[in-house]
Write a protein of this length. Structure first.
Length: 235
């Protein structure tokens, strides 16, 4: 009997010791800790800054061409309007229809009008110039991913006031839809798969495009009608 009581007491001791050991190890708290840790990881991932693929994909030359294009296309536009022009360039590069580098996109014949008519002036713009500095500030924010695309993917834009003056009160066919107004410009998202569009342009602009492109033949469209491939920008 005494031996049985001793064994019974020993078993009770072992059982109480096991419970105490579990409490010391913190079985239940450890499970809660795992759940809490998982939540913290998810929260950290959601709040961590994302790496900008754009800034890694563009070099100093790309940046410079974007800046000069903004400076001549949108010098007097608000920051949002400058960013919109930058994104038209990037959207066109993404499409690949007008070139695969920023330089190819902005100097593509019959597209960004300042590069057709004021190329020497654009290339000679000093980096210390206020227009360059203002455009650089916006371009850097775009390339760093700090400024989202205000156009939601536009590939064309124009100044409706200037274009209507040139065209006797009308806009080109590709601008017949409802454009997104930003500053003095309207921005358009056109069908990337469609054929090249044509708009009426002064004959001098067509000739400048031919000369700058080094072409011997005609630019797309009829020279007699003063047409060329749809510009990314007008006015």
């Amino acid at each position: 009997m005494r031996i049985g009581r001793v064994l019974f007491a020993f078993l009770l001791f072992l059982m109480s010791g096991q419970a105490a050991t579990h409490a010391a190890l913190g079985i239940a708290p450890r499970c809660l800790a795992e759940k809490s840790s998982e939540d913290e990881v998810k929260f950290a991932d959601a709040g961590a800054p994302t790496l900008s693929l754009q800034s890694a994909a563009f070099d100093a030359e790309d940046r410079d061409y974007i800046i000069r294009t903004i400076a001549f296309e949108a010098a007097e536009e608000p920051d949002e309007g400058k960013a919109a022009v930058a994104y038209v360039i990037l959207n066109r590069q993404r499409v690949g229809r007008w070139g695969h580098t920023v330089k190819e996109v902005v100097t593509h014949p019959g597209q960004f009008e300042p590069w057709m008519t004021k190329r020497s002036e654009m290339e000679g713009l000093p980096q210390e110039d206020r227009r360059y500095q203002d455009a650089a500030r916006v371009a850097d924010a775009v390339l760093a991913g700090d400024t989202p695309d205000p156009t939601a993917g536009a590939t064309h834009f124009l100044n409706p006031t200037v274009v209507r003056e040139r065209r006797g009160g009308t806009l080109p066919d590709w601008a017949s839809g409802e454009g997104q107004p930003i500053g003095n410009h309207l921005f358009y998202i056109l069908d990337e798969r469609g054929p090249d569009l044509e708009i009426a342009l002064p004959a001098s602009v067509v000739e400048d495009a031919q000369r700058l492109a080094g072409r011997n033949g005609e630019v797309p469209g009829s020279k007699e009608q003063g047409k060329c491939e749809a510009l990314a920008s007008l006015g």
